[in-house]
Design a protein around this ligand. Sequence first.
Ligand code: NOJ
Length: 568
Amino acid sequence: MPMHPWWRDAVIYQVYPRSWADSDGDGVGDLPGITSRLEHLVDLGVDALWLSPFYVSPQHDGGYDVADFRDVDPLFGTLADFDALVSRAHTLGLRVIVDVVPNHTSEEHPWFRAALESGPGSRERARYVFREGRGPDGEDPPNNWVSKFGGPAWTRLPDEHRAGAAGPGRRPTQWYLHLFDSTQPDLDWTNPEVQEELESVLRFWLDRGVDGFRIDVAHGLVKAEGLPDADLSIDADVEATGRLPMWDQPGVHEIYRRWRRLTDSWVDTHSSPLWGEDGDRVLCGEAWVQPAEALARYVRPDELHQTFNFAFLMCPWRADDLRSVITTSLASAKSVGAPQTWVLSNHDVVRHATRLAYPQDPGQPPVEGIGADDPQPDPALGLRRARAATALMLALPGSAYLYQGEELGLPEATRIPDDARQDPTWERSGHTRRGRDGCRVPVPWSAEGPSLGFGPEGLPWLPQPSEYATLSPDQQRGDTGSTLELYRRLLRLRRELRLGRGHLEWAAGFPDSAVAFTVSCEHGSVLVVANLGAAAVALPSGAQVLLSSDDLDDGRVPSDVTAWALLG
Ligand code: NOJ
């Protein structure tokens, strides 16, 4: 294992392949499109990219419904395109992380098809969670679990799957578990065949030169023995997640110990001297787990390297809450010797330039989907706060994740026509939750063209809001006040000063409405002041301003602005 593994302070940029760059004009992004745009990431100054799924998939959940874990969907290209992407990224000095989706497969995965064709009790069904229903003819689901996208977490097989001889006495059809869409059956992780298969999938992509994995639903693989009913009054995002029988069960940690042994012992088969040092691959878990101590268990020295810090992402723009979540996050990571991670946006939540445009009292900022008839955001306020929040985040010690388009200040698309929506959440919730399409709209690359440079021709798979034209990189590059140039400055300075390896101390002498701290770095100490109050905040005399997320007011930090300054 290297002395200072790259991932401890890396900035990792998430690419959602459907929406980043379309090379062939079919309206959906693809791998050659991504390869052709990698210079944007070098110019931005990130260390790595994480690719959301591009595997063979019927795309019922944007590719998180995988039908073949070892191949590229023709929508996105071929394995040769993937190899070309990794090779180009490595040449440019960028690492590549891919998604692994171990909790479920697509209903079109050969395993699930075989499970449908085989009867109850078969080896094929044992790879998934099939159960008899409750009630006289098994007409009620096996338990009361609900899908994350709405509706029951169980679907009953149609009558043709009844087992046994014809006529009365035939066994009722079984139900299968799906914590997400009914097209995403959950795998049974107590089955050694499932465990071996997913480890073999990891090896397949490691062999192709990837630098790590983002693990989908990392906290959901193991379910409580006997699949007991859940107390549905528990809010898993706030209370102890493990009190619910489908999340954060103790058995999940043994899986990650095995995965860590696999990545730690991975010997590079590629000859590049720079890339793929033995044992330096990263595992980052998507684990929506509370409280912080429970989440920290995932990053003990023999488990994952990182988990996403969703507590930080969900934190309202309020000084007390931010101080508290930063303190707790750093302490919990430190207790197990892991670096902390920070994130503000991804493909599952309302973009932070829009989330922060709403009142910030608990429960108010929308996190999942906004429709045209919902209250609309104040875009100027949202962008100002988003820039300040990012400037705060990129000064924090540890590793940070960015989501495509946030460097352009893209807001959420809040007026997508309902009949254009693709997220299964919209249908499964009976049209009560708009879902995540608004943060997945294809990114603009130029102010002109039918898809604003996203593809050579044709309309994108989700409509782009008209304001995206003015936010394209070609409109922002070279404009010192633009969000793109702010991100470039932030990332350059963060790297030069090695802030990600620094140590945070809260700074005294500032109003409570400001989040103020110092980060030690190779050049001394950097003071970071994020002003969440109304009145401008003065910086100490002698502080040498390095940057600010918006203009300072006579040397003072105005409302909703973050400044970095070098202390003498
Ligand atoms: C989390 C992913 O981020 C999300 O997009 C997906 O819908 C679910 N897991 C199910 O795979």
